[in-house]
Design a protein around this ligand. Structure first.
Ligand SMILES: Cc1cc2nc3c(=O)[nH]c(=O)nc-3n(C[C@H](O)[C@H](O)[C@H](O)COP(=O)(O)OP(=O)(O)OC[C@H]3O[C@@H](n4cnc5c(N)ncnc54)[C@H](O)[C@@H]3O)c2cc1C
Length: 533
């Protein structure tokens, strides 16, 4: 599949910003100035000679080394767009089997080489950054480990090679009448191994479970040996080793195979997403809390804050419908300034959906929710994998986008959202730059919720200054998350960018335990060094 070399996604796909949206950005952030992109050929000229000896599975051509030298974090983008990417792997290997992965490990041991596992390259936290090291660096793309190995229909388990990407995995399963139902927004490019290694969460994880609940067992091929975890339905035999592999970020070895819990697609079942409005954020949070306390099996739930609601409407491009809503909602007790949009998804037969919707309606009536039918949900479904393409358009208009996420218990949700938005909004004061922030909850749980906050700010004419602006923003919001009692990541992982805050969360003993696990499977520290710990 074709990919933009310095941005997101398929180069033939463009997302437009409606006039109303562009005017809003100009008003809040000031006029953005588009910057000239650093040319690709300049990068290719700059890539140094490889330090690797020849190997039949390794390519050292500059184009492949450039395309595997980064992920999709904002510093990665700034590096690519402003010519500030300085380190490249010495080579990229494309093994086709676990045996070939093992042969690369043997080669790496002999030649004292660092290894970076590469899935789909969609990390947003610097997981794939090439470290500065005396040792040569080999990035190992797992994209050729892309087969379904076994489907056990009776046990509802499917085993895949871990380099398979989302669309291929779902195509295999759906052709047999099953689904994994794991849909991160990066679905079209990200891989099963990457999902496991970063503990990802998808848009329908509310129903199908996060990747940590779906991952049942698998194989890790590591410098220190092979770890095989069988798929027990449950076990009391000591700590669950699956949780060492989940979130291991390439530090423990290569996940070559994974056995996943799957779901049959029953006849007559449908997916539907309905829209509604709450009169205020407080009402919306109370509604979510009550719904999830009842454990009603929803496919998805997303509650936007008032600012995000207003931006969603301005950017929707449906001016007449939005004008109607802005007249209609106040008549139903939802003030335009405070109304919070909510999407709730269901999966099931018509009869089940009716029952669930009735149950949900009874709970949300207490919070004065105004139901609006399917139109907003249909629009969300249509654009759910296209929204990241807006980052390309916004960058060309002179605006950078960063997204930040955490999870926190219900009693701290609102204060954490406020603290995160405040921290980001003020973070660029020393540059005289405003920041636009807005948030939603999209993975509520019985005990709390994730919080997903987006920040937009102007790109400077100098790449170094844009990066400095990002550093200020990231530090301010990460400190606010830690001070509010939130986790440093609900879904994106740690990588390089969250590393300064990991010890605050795990404690010294906790990080020592993680480091000890690394030293068992990777005694020479050659697996993705510098990430996570
Ligand atoms: C536009 C966009 C939207 C996103 N939306 C979501 C979202 O909705 N939910 C979410 O959770 N995340 C999201 N992400 C983040 C990202 O997609 C996830 O972290 C994803 O799980 C990374 O998978 P990948 O295959 O691209 O891994 P990569 O980026 O290639 O690698 C990520 C890390 O995993 C390690 N790794 C990869 N494969 C293996 C393997 N087989 N064995 C050992 N280690 C491995 C790498 O070494 C690295 O440390 C999004 C990212 C983007 C750019």
């Amino acid at each position: 599949m074709q990919r933009r070399w310095n941005g997101w996604g398929d180069p033939s796909v463009e997302m437009e910003i409606p006039e109303q949206g562009a005017a809003y950005l100009k008003e809040v952030l000031g006029e953005g100035r588009s910057q000239v992109d650093y040319p690709r050929w300049e990068f290719l000229k700059r890539i140094p000679k490889s330090r690797l000896p020849e190997h039949p599975l390794i390519t050292t051509d500059p184009e492949t080394r450039l395309s595997h030298s980064h992920g999709q974090s904002l510093p990665d983008w700034i590096g690519l767009r402003a010519g500030m990417l300085y380190r490249f792997p010495d080579g990229v290997a494309f093994p086709s089997s676990a045996e070939e992965v093992q042969s690369l490990l043997d080669f790496a041991e002999k030649q004292k080489i660092i290894l970076i596992p590469y899935g789909g390259g969609t990390s947003v936290l610097g997981h794939l950054t090439v470290p500065e090291d005396r040792r040569p660096v080999l990035t190992v793309s797992l994209k050729r480990l892309n087969r379904m190995i076994n489907l056990d229909e009776r046990s509802l388990l499917a085993t895949f090679e871990a380099g398979i990407i989302g669309p291929d995995l779902e195509a295999h399963l759906q052709s047999h009448g099953f689904t994994l139902g794991h849909y991160p927004q990066s679905f079209e490019y990200s891989s099963l191994g990457g999902w496991i290694a970063t503990r990802s969460s998808g848009q329908y994880s509310t129903l199908y479970g996060r990747i940590d609940e779906q991952f049942q067992g698998g194989t890790v091929v590591a410098p220190g040996g092979k770890l095989v975890i069988p798929p027990f339905p449950a076990s009391a035999a000591g700590p669950d080793l699956r949780h060492l592999i989940l979130g291991s970020e390439g530090r423990l070895g290569f996940i070559t195979e994974a056995t996943m819990k799957i779901q049959p697609l029953a006849r007559g079942e449908e997916e539907a997403v309905f829209g509604l409005f709450f009169p205020s954020w407080e009402r919306g949070v109370a509604g979510m809390r009550k719904l999830f306390a009842r454990r009603i099996p929803l496919l998805m739930a997303r509650l936007s804050g008032a600012r995000e609601t207003s931006i969603n409407l301005d950017f929707s491009g449906h001016e007449r419908t939005v004008a109607f809503l802005r007249r209609y909602l106040p008549l139903r007790g939802v003030p335009n300034e405070e109304g919070c949009m909510c999407l709730l998804g269901f999966r099931g037969t018509d009869r089940l959906m009716k029952t669930l919707r009735k149950e949900v309606g009874t709970v949300l009536k207490e919070e004065k929710a105004v139901p609006l039918g399917k139109a907003m949900g249909e629009s969300w479904k249509k654009y759910r994998f296209l929204m990241p393409y807006l980052r390309n358009t916004l960058w060309s208009m002179g605006y950078a986008v960063e997204t930040v996420e955490t999870a926190v218990i219900w009693s701290r949700v609102t204060e954490t959202v406020e603290a995160m938005e405040r921290a980001m909004a003020n973070s660029l004061a020393s540059f005289g730059e405003p920041v636009l922030t807005f948030s939603h909850l999209s993975s509520p749980y019985p005990t709390g919720s994730n919080i997903y906050t987006t920040a937009l700010f102007k790109i400077a004419s100098d790449g170094e200054e844009t990066l400095e602006r990002w550093r200020h923003l990231k530090k301010a919001v990460s400190e606010a998350i830690v001070a509010s009692g939130g986790t440093i990541s609900h879904q994106h992982g740690v990588g390089l960018d969250h590393k300064p805050w990991i010890e605050a969360e795990k404690g010294e003993k906790g990080t020592n335990i993680m480091a000890a696990a690394c030293s068992v499977l990777d005694p020479d520290g050659r697996m993705n060094p510098g990430k996570l710990l």
